[in-house]
Design a protein around this ligand. Structure first.
Ligand SMILES: N[C@@H](CCC(=O)N[C@@H](CS)C(=O)NCC(=O)O)C(=O)O
Length: 210
């Protein structure tokens, strides 16, 4: 049987693509990847050929094309349940904090775009962006079990969803609480994330067409 194909955007920029890529790697699910350069003349056409949402990531499986980062992570978790915490209560909290990231923090996402080739420097941020940063740290402190370096002890999909946030905090030199800073360092030191990061650093990217 052919391997699933994960269609992703540029590793340098595509924070949504990073999340299921990390989850599939952590789950040990074999897949091939296909990078669709973002912001090119043919990007939309190529994305529409994969999914009506016209976004990446998309996972191409024998069961069909799955679009959306969270849906792909859930597909992976059906095969590898350890991608979510084993305890039912912790699993619900992990899903809740993941959903918060998936649906929220638009000021942070808009103002602190993920760019793994950008020089690290602070930039001016809106009040809404500072509020997002505060809320994220409060959420982390609220759920963290203290039993391991990750939010729920061992690595879970919740950590996949916050790894791109960690890169933004690093790139834009965001001041953090001691605990949040330690968690960010843990995420950025993860060998699977480093594999993505190293590839992102080597990427070339043609100037956007519009
Ligand atoms: N909610 C979606 C968001 C996906 C998304 O917005 N992806 C961006 C790239 S990171 C995209 O494909 N944008 C379309 C484009 O650049 O043309 C998900 O979780 O997968």
């Amino acid at each position: 049987m052919s391997l699933p194909v994960l269609h992703i955007g540029n590793k340098r920029l595509s924070s949504w693509s990073m999340r299921p890529w990390l989850a599939l790697k952590k789950a040990g699910i074999a897949f091939t990847e296909n990078l669709i350069p973002l912001d090119q003349e043919d990007t939309r056409e190529r994305l529409l050929a994969l999914s009506p949402a016209a976004t990446v990531p998309v996972l191409e499986t024998p069961d069909g094309h799955i679009w959306d980062s969270l849906a792909i992570c859930e597909w992976a978790a059906e095969q590898t349940p350890s991608l979510w915490p084993e305890d039912k209560g912790l699993r619900a909290r992990a899903r809740a904090i993941t959903a918060s990231m998936h649906s929220g923090f638009s000021a942070l996402r808009n103002e602190l775009g993920m760019d793994l080739q950008r020089e690290h420097a602070a930039i001016d941020m809106s009040v809404a962006c500072w509020a997002d940063i505060e809320t994220i740290q409060t959420l982390w402190a609220h759920v963290k079990t203290g039993e391991g370096p990750y939010l729920f002890g061992t690595w879970s999909i919740a950590d996949a969803f916050f790894t791109p946030v960690a890169t933004r905090f690093e790139t834009y030199c965001v001041p953090l609480s001691t605990d949040a800073d330690a968690y960010v360092k843990t995420l950025l030191a993860d060998p699977v994330y480093k594999e993505w990061h190293d590839a992102a650093r080597l990427e070339t990217w043609d100037a956007p067409f519009h």
